[in-house]
Each structure stands twice: as structure tokens, then as C-alpha cells.
Design a protein around this ligand. Sequence first.
Ligand code: MEV
Length: 441
Amino acid sequence: MDKAVSGFSKLSKEGKIEWIANRYFSEPTEAISLLKNYWNNDEKLQKLHDDFIENTITNFYLPLGIAPNFLINDKFYTVPMAIEESSVVAAAAKAAKFWSERGGFKATVLNTEKIGQVHFIFKGTSSKLEKFFNENKKLFFEETESITKNMQKRGGGILDIVLNDKTDLLPDYYQLHATFETKDSMGANFINSCLEQFAKTLKRLAQENDAFTEEEKNPQVVMSILSNYVPNCIVRAEVSCKVEELSDGKKVNAQEFAEKFVRAVQIAEVEPYRAVTHNKGIMNGIDAVVLATGNDFRAVEAGIHAYASKSGKYSSLSHAKIEDGIFTFWMEIPLALGTVGGLTSLHPLVKFALQMLENPSAKELMQIVAVVGLAQNFAALRSLTTTGIQEGHMKMHLGNIINQFEASDEERVMIVNHFENNAVSHSAVVDYIENLRKVKS
Ligand code: MEV
């Protein structure tokens, strides 16, 4: 059957599903009923989700978990996390509890500036372009007034616009580099609308500028788009305590643990292979909260990893030290988040998540998200430098293996009991289940 298609988006939802089922599945009816099993009975709710994107055929579930006991700047938060990885929520909750008994996390937003650029080609004299821009700069602000009016009422708007000469990098390449304050919204639509207006203003004013040659009157706007690199939209999260307080009543020697922990962070600071995994652990926490609160995790990921490379070499986002008997662990990361606009008022679970966080401002959400990232990193490094990661990870993963084998309730109890005191590995669980079933038969 032909797998090329035109007008797919015009097919009804049923039509799309049938098209796929008939082409890619030997049992089309099974494929269709699988997809329909994930439809919501509430038609209005289903329609809402269908309309988020094009060509929706069903819903794709992720678990929404809860990490309680996050004490941040002396206030307790119960944090929503949308993530599929078994051990992430458990690790966040454990680290949150640990630090809530040691004064909690401190978080500060250092700045909140967003960035957008109009990239254009100008074939002409650079000094003439500069003079033209300086003479007309205020018109760029004036001609975006209808777009910026509401944002200004909320205390935001365009902060500045500068002309950058990038011709050393690419012939004739210039940009209008603008900075924005977008208050509680992530601001992508606002920024992009302003930029597209700047581009129009630039083209019109260039046409009207008598000092320009014919070629100079026609700058070519290549694109107008916000940047997801926001190095001046930074939040800092930190924990600290006396080294001896790091002992949690187990066998761990606090001084040895602190020193090994700091060394583990130093390794991630100098070794990119380790830094990527170290930072991935941070993103486990960050992405989960960003997703649950309806923010754009791809934008956050891109911006944070660029920031991790700002020295020219990819490095750890977090840092740790021991000074005068005090252990301090901290991180500064860029985060462009919103608590109004976008999905925040559309997705019922996002609204729920934000309400559970007591409807935070964007700044407060930046603090929460950064803290969860730091907590996640703490939990990972604590496991890695003590028991190793697999013990906790596989304990959490045990449920998935049990599900894979469709264990009965009785088998489930026996398996869980057995692996209370035995190391979990995929093959050990498989062996145990097979033995159990052999004995029974
Ligand atoms: C696994 O999702 C994340 C870790 O690999 C992070 C780390 O190594 O620090 C455990």
C-alpha cells in the first residue's frame, strides 16, 4: 500500500488512524483500539488536546509525580514532575527531605533579560548604516507601541536595541540585537512580534533614507527570531551546611563524603564526557518541572547547555566547595519561564500544577525549577559517590520489569520481598521470575 500521502492533515482523526493502521500494522484493528484506548471519554477535554498540535491521533501519557518537602527560601513547596524515568521523582523527594532538615535551599533570581535578533544582510558602508540606525532608533520603539502597550502596563517591554556589525563573521551580516523584559510570560510571541515589526521598520526606513545608495536601501532581512540563549536571565540555587551535618545517620563518614562529593563535581568541571552526564542529571529535575508547568523544555535545554559551554569548553553547571567546615553546593543557570500565557491557561494539568505551586510568578518558578535541578544533582552524586547509582535506580526499575512479565499479584509480592535484600538486575529478576513459574508448574 502506498505510504506517500498528500492532504493527510485534511483526513478526519478516524481517517488518519485507519490510514496508519492499514499501512503499518498486520492487525489493524488492534492498532486502532490501542490508539482509541488512550482517548479521553470527556470529548471536550479530548478536543482541547487534539487541537494543541496538527495530526493528533491520540494522547501520549507521561506520569505526573509529586516531590514534596522542598523548602525554598523558608517556604515549603510540593513540586509536580512529569517524567518517565523510574528513579527521578524518588531521588528529588529524598534530596528535598534531606535538605529541608538542614535549612533548606536558597534561591535568587539574578536577572530576567530576554533576547531577540533581526538578522539581515546590508551591502554597503558600515558607518552609514550605524548613523542611520542611531538617527532612527527611537522609531523602532515607536512603531512597536501597539505590541508593547500591554506588556508595558505589566512592567515589561523592550529594554534596548543595538546594531551589531557581524561582518567579520559573515560578509555583509548585521543584526538588530534587542533585549526584553517579559515579566511573568515566557515572552516568545511578544518578542517575535516585536522583532518582525523591527524588520518592517528597518526595510521601510532604509527605503526612505536619501543618504543610502540603491543597494543600501534594500537590506535583506534573513530572519527575525528570539534567542533561546539567555545568559542574562539567571537564577542561582544553593544549599549549605556544616560538613558534619551531611551524615544522615548511616555508615557514611561526613568528611569523606563531602570531599568525595566535591571531587565528583570538580571532575564534571574539567571533563566534558562527565559534565554532559552530570548536567543530564540536573536536567532530569529541571525538564520534569518545566514540562509539568507547561513550559518549553526544548528552549530550556538548548539555553542551559549553551550556558554550560560559555567558557568555550562544556562544563558542569553546578559547583561545590568545603570552606571553614562548611559544605556549599550551588548552581547558576539561565531559565526563561512563564507562568502566564502559552499552555499555562490551556492545559488543565498545567493549571493544576501551577495551583499546587500556589500560582508562582515567573521568578518564583525559576527558583523552584533551579532548586529541583540542584536537588536532583545532589541525589545523583550522593548515590554515585557512595552506593553507586544502580542500587536505587534498579530498585525503582523493578516495577517496570515486573510489569513487563505481567506478574500476578502473588508473584509481585514474592519478587518485591526477594529483591528487598538482593541486588536488582534485569537478568536476576528474569531468572527469579522464571524459577518461580517453573516451581509452580
Ligand atoms: C541518570 O538519568 C542521571 C545520572 O546519570 C546523572 C549523573 O550521572 O550525575 C545518574
